[in-house]
Design a protein around this ligand. Structure first.
Ligand code: FES
Length: 115
């Protein structure tokens, strides 16, 4: 189980939900299941409308993850990933803070999601 806290000026208050990790649930699908007003258009890692920031709570290092090429391209065009972050993602699978909700798979870690 993972605690996922959504925070946005578009919500009256923060919302924490429990998500089952490991079943390839995306953050976008978790948001939709709980009526969190996260934008989405393509749901396929191409439009960038589901852009959000992920912080791992309790000071732990984020789980390594292989980002899709689509996500890297969208983040680069949106100016939300630095060259260094891109390098870390490609060489060490270290995820950058800005992600796409439709591409982020919920893992067994507590996270704060801001958008
Ligand atoms: S909904 Fe288009 S990139 Fe996620």
């Amino acid at each position: 189980m993972a605690n996922v806290t959504f925070s946005s000026p578009r919500m009256p208050k923060d919302l924490t939900v429990y998500a089952v990790a490991g079943d390839t649930q995306t953050l976008l699908s978790v948001a939709q299941a709980h009526k969190v007003p996260l934008d989405s258009e393509c749901e396929n890692g191409e439009c960038g409308s589901c852009l959000l920031k992920v912080s791992v709570l309790s000071g732990k290092t984020p789980y390594g993850v292989a980002m899709t090429e689509k996500e890297k391209v969208v983040l680069r065009y949106a100016g939300k990933i630095t060259k260094e972050q891109l390098e870390l993602a490609e060489t060490s699978d270290i995820p950058p803070p800005w992600r796409l909700g439709c591409q982020f798979i919920v893992r067994n870690e507590d996270i704060l999601v801001t958008f």
